[in-house]
Design a protein around this ligand. Structure first.
Ligand SMILES: NC(=O)c1ccc[n+]([C@@H]2O[C@H](COP(=O)([O-])OP(=O)(O)OC[C@H]3O[C@@H](n4cnc5c(N)ncnc54)[C@H](O)[C@@H]3O)[C@@H](O)[C@H]2O)c1
Length: 256
């Protein structure tokens, strides 16, 4: 997600600082931007000179201190509350007082992250969808504590990136994943119950419902572990059995 968000920001003329504890991940993000902009040159969408400008706007670091002068920080570390809280707490001691802190979480509580931080009013959710370059939707998530000026600023930014921002309140999964993951969970349960083969489940939703991809193929794309983490967070918040994943990925336990 970080590489995709960096790509759309740099192409839209923003100075982007990518921070990752893994040098390999940072190098991969730079390589991805080099490749995507090279394709854009080959298709004559941008010139080589414009490509060099985009590449010059993206710099990577391994230390959060690099965020000291940022107007906006978009956190996309793995989907773990503890990992995100650690990053937000560290950022509180680094960023400018007027900086906006956005989390890219799918399903964790933006409100809790805000309340656990030093300045809850500057914390909001900014939920992009993968692949970031192609997907138009951005959910802009406010908690009751969020300053409306911060919401306005990131909404304008999303529009500048060519995205369609949708304002939502803080609820696990927000709109899109709140609806999608219950469906994916049901598809996995249907397969697990041996009601239909994975090919037939995917074909039914593609050919019968006009979806571009079947649910089990989509689960593979998202990653079963990531999907499980999202469902667990949604189930913890909703206690709705629709969101209850099987008890373990290796067991044949059915959702409870
Ligand atoms: N993958 C998706 O389709 C998708 C879509 C929307 C939102 N999200 C959300 O975006 C976030 C990231 O997801 P992802 O799939 O890109 O994860 P990922 O595991 O691919 O990438 C996370 C990156 O964070 C780095 N990292 C870990 N701890 C760090 C720290 N303390 N400081 C700096 N970097 C650190 C890792 O090295 C890794 O490169 C999650 O919250 C996820 O729920 C993912």
């Amino acid at each position: 997600m970080g590489a995709g968000i960096a790509d759309v920001l740099a192409r839209a003329g923003r100075e982007v600082i990518g921070i990752d504890i893994s040098d390999t991940a940072a190098a991969q993000a730079v390589a991805a931007l080099e490749a995507s902009t090279a394709r854009a040159v080959a298709r004559e969408r941008i010139t080589e000179e414009e490509r060099q400008d985009v590449l010059a706007r993206f710099r990577t670091f391994s230390d959060l201190q690099a965020a000291a002068e940022a107007d906006l920080v978009i956190e996309v570390v793995p989907e773990s509350y503890e990992a995100k809280q650690e990053v937000f707490r560290a950022l509180d001691g680094i960023v400018r007082p007027d900086a906006i802190l956005a989390t890219g979480t799918n399903a964790l509580s933006v409100t809790r992250l805000a309340a656990d931080s030093a300045h809850p009013e500057r914390v909001l959710g900014l939920h992009f969808f993968a692949p970031v370059q192609a997907m138009k939707l951005v959910e802009v998530v406010s908690s009751v504590l969020t300053d409306p000026r911060a919401v306005d600023a990131v909404t304008r930014l999303a529009q500048d990136l060519g995205k369609e921002p949708v304002a939502v309140g803080d609820r696990a999964g927000f709109i899109a994943d709140g609806l999608l993951f219950g469906y994916l969970n049901q598809a996995a349960a249907m397969y697990e119950a041996k009601y239909a083969s994975r090919e037939d489940i995917d074909a039914a939703m593609k050919l019968g419902c006009g979806l571009p991809m079947g649910p089990l193929a989509l689960l593979d794309l998202i990653g079963v572990d990531t999907a499980r983490t999202v469902l667990e967070a949604m189930y913890a918040a909703s206690h709705d059995r629709l969101h209850a994943p099987p008890r373990s990925s290796s067991s044949s336990a059915r959702p409870v």
